[in-house]
Ligand binder design. Sequence first.
Ligand SMILES: *Cc1c(COP(=O)(O)O)cnc(C)c1O
Length: 404
Amino acid sequence: MIYKKNKLILDGFDVVYLGKKYKTPLYCYSLKKIKDNIQKLKTNFKKINPLICYAVKANANLSILKEIKNNNLGADVVSIGELIRAIKAGIKPKKIVFSGVGKTSAEIEYAITKNILLINAESKSEILEIERIAKLKNKIVNIGIRLNPNTDAKTLSQISTGKKENKFGIDQKVFLQLVNYSKRSKYLNLKCLSVHIGSQILSHKPYQDMLRVVEKVVKRSDHKFEYVDLGGGMGINYDNNNNKLDLKKYSKKIEEFLKKNDCKIIFEPGRSIVGNSAILITKIIYIKEGTKKDFIILDAAMNDLIRPALYGAYHRIIPTKKTKKITNKIYEFVGPICESTDTFTTVKKYQKLNEKDFLVICDVGAYGTSLASNYNLRPKPIEILIKGSKIQIIKKRQKISELM
Ligand SMILES: *Cc1c(COP(=O)(O)O)cnc(C)c1O
C-alpha cells in the first residue's frame, strides 16, 4: 500500500474508488501479498524443506484456500467444516493435518475415511477414541501426539497455547506414556510429535525454548517420529515498527535440531500467510464530539473485526486521503455496536477527519472474517480479492433478508 498524490493505493487500485464501488465495510485482499508471504516462508526455510500446512482457521474463504492450494501448501484444520472446505478447495488429504482438543467421533471418523496425513491427538481419551474407530473400520490410522512443552510464547495471554495452564497438548510425562501405548496399538501408527505454543510470536527465543523441550522429549520417547510438527504462530508487524520475527534465526535452530533428529518438519502458519494481505475499508458515519475526545463512528464494527475487542489487539487505522491538517483532539475509532468493547483504537495528533471520509483498518487478513459474526443482526461484509489488474468478489455481502 502506498500513497500516490496523497491518495491511498493498493496494488494499483484507489482505495476510495473501491469503497465507493463495493460499499463499506469491505474486506479487500491482495493476492500478491499472499504469494509474497508464502514465498518468504519457502525461502527462509529452504534448508529445512518443510511441509507447510496453512492454518485454515486464520481465513477460511474458499477462494483464498484455492489460491493457497495453487501455491502447493497443505492445510491444518480444526473442525470437520474446515476439513471439508480444504478438500473442496482441492487440497490433497495427504497434505492435511487435523488439530484441536475436542474432535468429536463424527469428525474423527470422517478424517479416517478421507485418509488425511495426520490426526494430531491432544488427550488420552482422544487417542482411545481414534483407536476405537480405527478398529471398527479395520484401518491403521496415522496419528501425531501434541506435546505441551510448557513454553512461554511471550505473546498476548489470550493467544498463548503452550503453557501448562493452557488446555492444549499433553504434558511430558503423560506424553511418554501415550507414546508407549500408541506404539503397541495395532490400529495406530504414531508418526508425529506436534507442538504449537501460541500466536503472534515476534521473537525466535520462545521457539528456541520449545525446540529444546521437543528434542528432550523425542530422545526420551525412544521412538522414530517421521514428522515433527512445529505448529504456527509466526508473528507479523501490526504496528509498522519493523519488530519482526527473525525467520532465519528460527530456521537455524531447526537446522541444528535436524542434524540430531532425522525427520520431516511440518509448519502450520496462518497469520503469517494471510495477516497482512487484507485491509478493511470503512466509512465514517458520524463524528461525535465529546469533552475529552471525539468518537469517530465507523460503519465497521466488532462483528466485522473482533480482534481488538477480544484480545485488545492493535490494528493501525490510516486515512485514504492524506492531508496536512492535524487536529489537537484525541480520536477514538469505534463501531456502531451496542457494546463498550466495540472500539478499535485511540489516537492523538491525527489528521483532521470529516464525516463520510473513508478509512482503512490494516492487516485484517487473519482472524478477521473467520471470526466475523452477525451480532446486532449485522450482515457479514463483502470480500474482494485483487488479482493483478482484476478484482474478484470472493464473498458477497450478506443480505438482511438472509438473516431474517
Ligand atoms: C491457530 C493455530 C495455528 C495457526 O496459528 P497462527 O498464529 O495463525 O500461525 C497453527 N496450529 C494450531 C494447532 C493452531 O491452533
